[in-house]
Ligand binder design. Structure first.
Ligand code: NAD
Length: 293
């Protein structure tokens, strides 16, 4: 396995955070940025890692950060009231909602309740819908991170044959629309696709967001292709040790592909950096709209 084919997220993350920090310093000569509020509702074991990463990135660029833990029994109505209060608070620049939420919570309705100018995750249906019109004011962070990583390969996106595996609202569909906007030819595959390999073998780029370890094997990849692995899966080995892997058999695929993003260490670190870039963009939009003095 040759290491140079691994497309790691750390250098890009660093570059994005440096840019965001520098632009923020400029803006702060005239305006004061509010805090970024990250909300976790109920018991969510995975969320603490995400929140810690968000906090670190925010600290690095100089955005004030606040974590809020809401009780698992909180009602939908109370959640909406609290979100409305955050929308109205001029000291809050953006709102992040950890997933998953408890079963009785209607997540999409809460995401809709976050004001589009404070929707730093790009999850409000209005933000998602705007992608269809190539309006990427606040793009969903994971989708944007995958495309930024793909740009690092130097491949020209125009006319590129891309196969997007997974068609969720928060990852697969936004990636497909954003790449179409770049001029790529995009095929979207999902759980009902008859022959995944027949599609993926034709592709210059395979992007996968499914949640199944080793779904993508070497024999499914065209030699020289780029493979962007968005999946995050916990696997337990025979000794009971838990590791995080993506959807790609990374070791095997590296034998045929030209670039593969590792998991962990690929899309994830860039996603958090995109969250900070979105927060800066949200701050700019709020200044433009006269929300910030
Ligand atoms: P989801 O469950 O909403 O969607 C899964 C998608 O996979 C669906 O489109 C489904 O049709 C498709 N699928 C299921 N089985 C398939 C199969 N055998 N062949 C082809 N397609 C199949 O998932 P999601 O929220 O989009 O997340 C997908 C993965 O990405 C998960 O592992 C999640 O943890 C990860 N994720 C990572 C980040 C990140 O920042 N890196 C962010 C969000 C999600």
């Amino acid at each position: 396995m040759t290491d140079h084919l691994l497309l790691r997220g750390a250098p890009l993350r660093k570059k994005i955070l440096n840019e965001v920090g520098a632009k923020l310093r400029e803006l702060e000569k005239r305006h004061v940025i509010g805090r970024l509020v990250s909300i976790c509702i109920g018991q969510n074991d995975g969320a603490s890692i995400y929140i810690r990463n968000q906090m670190r990135a925010a600290k690095k660029v100089g955005i004030p950060f606040e974590k809020q833990f809401w009780h698992g029994n909180i009602s939908q109505g109370d959640c909406k009231e609290r979100i409305a209060a955050l929308n109205d608070d001029s000291q809050v620049v953006g709102v992040i909602l950890q997933r998953p939420t408890p079963e009785h919570i209607n997540l999409r309705s809460l995401q809709s309740a976050i004001h589009p100018l404070k929707d730093v995750e790009g999850m409000n249906p209005a933000s998602i819908g705007n992608i269809v019109y190539n309006d990427l004011a606040l793009a969903p962070c994971t989708a944007a991170a995958s495309i930024e990583l793909l740009r690092q390969t130097g491949l020209r996106l125009e006319g590129l044959e891309v196969v997007m595996i997974g068609h969720s609202e928060i990852v697969g569909k936004p990636v497909a629309f954003m790449l179409m906007a770049e001029g790529a030819t995009v095929t979207v595959c999902h759980h009902l696709t008859r022959s995944l390999a027949a599609h993926s073998r034709q592709a210059d780029v395979v992007i996968v967001a499914v949640g199944k370890p080793k779904l993508i094997r070497a024999d499914m990849i065209k030699p020289g292709a780029a493979v962007i692995d968005i999946g995050i899966n916990q696997v337990v080995d025979e000794n009971g040790n838990v590791t995080i892997v993506g959807d790609v058999d990374t070791k095997g695929v590296l034998e045929v592909a030209s670039w593969v993003t590792p998991v962990p260490g690929g899309v994830g670190p860039v996603t958090v950096a995109m969250l900070m870039r979105n927060t800066l963009d949200a701050f700019n939009l709020q200044i433009k709209n006269g929300w910030v003095s």
